[in-house]
Write a protein that binds this ligand. Structure first.
Ligand code: GDP
Ligand code: MG
Length: 312
């Protein structure tokens, strides 16, 4: 697609046109548009959104929570974007809002935008794409942007790298599992949610999270732990209000502002690293690398080969 076309699409996406937002995302995903081109058009003009990672074990109720939170946040007149890296459970935009959102999404003027992404590509790639998508949602004016990922060790780290706040969702059944979690994972969470509190042992889990936090985090008392149920609606309004208040006080929140700078910094490093690597691996060097066989192992140290490749 020509760059004139891209500019037209971006202009419309900025006015929150559903089709154009989708086109930008799909364009990047399918490499029809370069990340650089899109970023140059949208980054500086982005709305100051609050990006929230929602992570936790499969089945913890992450998608259900978002379905419930979306209408509560909408009631306070904020717009919402969702990127679900786990497409196994659908996010409709809220049970009673669901149908309306779907209809709205087909025309213009939407305040909820939901996009699912496959997780087939390698983790780093998916996270990078999710970050690009979240920038597009910010550009389109969304106030709150959720990024849902299944927490499996590494993915908590990657989602925390692209968001302002990380929420870890647990369920009473994960009581034992939480003891096994690396302290580092708990460390990077800003908000904890114990969902399915309609089941037994949720108080036990809240206590055990508090205990672990007080032994690992300096300011453990400041970390909110919400006890929620998507079945009885317990705790959901409090959780939604907390999110809205984070959004309203984002500019004064040092933790969030610091994360934004760190993120910007990390992004620059990662773009440079990729750029240098891409330039390094010219065809000649790649074919030299490909020509390595058993005899090379016998005859050269890896360093010798590196020098030889660098010489190409
Ligand atoms: N009892 C109960 N079930 C829930 C609750 N929240 C979600 N579920 C159910 O748990 C299952 C997994 O939920 P889902 O939102 O898809 O989990 P995800 O994989 O974390 O996104 C679904 O069958 C939900 O209906 C809750 O608070 N209480
Ligand atoms: Mg889900």
């Amino acid at each position: 697609m020509s760059s004139k076309n891209l500019k037209e699409i971006a202009d419309k996406a900025r006015k929150n046109d559903f089709i154009s937002i989708s086109e930008l995302m799909t364009g990047i995903e399918n490499k029809v548009f370069s990340r650089k081109e899109v970023s140059q058009l949208i980054f500086k003009e982005s709305h100051e959104s609050l990006k929230i990672g929602i992570t936790g074990p499969p089945g913890a109720g992450k998608s259900s929570l978002m379905n419930k939170l979306i209408p509560l946040i909408r009631k306070q007149n904020l717009s919402v974007g969702v990127i679900a890296i786990d497409p196994s459970s659908p996010i409709t935009g809220g049970s009673f809002l669901g149908d309306r959102v779907r209809i709205n999404n087909a025309v213009s003027d939407n305040d909820v935008f939901v996009r699912s992404m496959g997780s087939r590509a390698e983790l780093g790639g998916v996270t990078e794409l999710a970050e690009d998508f979240s920038d597009i949602l910010a550009f389109s004016g969304k106030d709150i942007i959720f990024i849902e990922t299944v927490g499996v060790g590494q993915s908590e780290y990657s989602v925390s790298e692209i968001t302002d706040l990380t929420t870890l969702v647990f369920v009473p059944e994960s009581g034992d599992e939480i003891q096994l979690l690396k302290a580092g994972i708990l460390e990077l969470a800003d908000v904890f949610v114990v969902n399915k509190s309609d089941r037994k042992d949720s108080n036990l889990l809240v206590r055990s999270i508090k205990n672990i936090l007080s032994s690992t985090k300096k300011d453990a008392r400041k970390i909110p732990i919400f006890k929620t149920s998507c079945k009885t609606d317990e705790g959901l309004e409090d959780f939604a209000n907390e999110i809205v208040s984070y959004f309203n006080s984002m500019k004064e929140n040092d933790n969030i502002q610091e994360k934004k700078i760190l993120r910007y910094n990390r992004r620059i490093k990662s773009i440079i690293e990729k750029d240098i690597l891409n330039r390094f691996w010219n065809n000649e060097r790649i074919s030299l690398l490909d020509s390595i066989d058993k005899s090379s192992i016998k005859s050269k140290s890896p360093y010798e080969l590196v020098d030889e490749i660098k010489g190409k």
